[in-house]
Design a protein around this ligand. Structure first.
Ligand code: SF4
Length: 175
């Protein structure tokens, strides 16, 4: 076999190996198939992505991944904390919905769903008109509460209160 043919064979095998490795890593990360078009990584030396912005709503966000699959764009958010036992936390669902909304505003394509990836399992969350409308209501509430001084804490997640950075000055903190 000539040297050129041997080199071509080695390069071909190397390309196959890299392709297989990339697929394996993607599967291990729980990412759906498709082209990764956006990665918000904190890895050193990697240029950070620009945030997605909707100036009209004053909404800014950086999803962990955007995957393009057959013309649709799917936001993927990785959560490293405890995996919820039954369904994802509302706060995570709204965060993902906000990314879906931003993708539609920035790329002009509405994601049919997004993915919340926890350590033990992942959830596909449909981006329905009902979820979008609940998100817009929540954003309106947040804007309203932003200028109020008497907002009661929900205390739905007591563990958060125990670790909150405002405990030293908050008169609603849990004991
Ligand atoms: S310390 Fe106060 S602000 Fe923080 S979570 Fe608890 S109640 Fe809310």
């Amino acid at each position: 076999m000539s040297l050129v043919l041997s080199l071509a064979l080695i390069l071909f095998l190397l390309a196959l190996y890299l392709f297989w490795q990339a697929r394996r890593q993607r599967r291990a990360a729980g990412l759906p198939g498709g082209r990764i078009i956006y990665i918000d990584t904190h890895a050193q030396g990697v240029r950070p992505e620009k945030p997605l912005i909707d100036p009209r709503l004053g909404l800014v966000g950086k999803p962990d991944y955007l995957i393009e699959q057959n013309g649709i764009i799917i936001p993927v958010e990785i959560k490293t904390g405890r995996t919820p036992s039954e369904s994802p936390y509302d706060s995570h669902i709204y965060q993902l919905a906000a990314y879906c909304l931003l993708v539609e505003r920035v790329y002009g394509r509405r994601p049919p769903y997004g993915i919340l990836f926890y350590l033990s399992r992942s959830y596909a969350i449909d981006y329905t008109p009902a979820l979008e409308s609940a998100l817009l209501d929540l954003l309106a509430d947040m804007r309203r509460d932003d200028v109020r001084t008497d907002v009661p804490c929900s205390h739905n997640e007591p563990a958060r209160c125990l670790k909150c950075g405002f405990r030293s000055i908050c008169d609603q903190k849990l004991a």
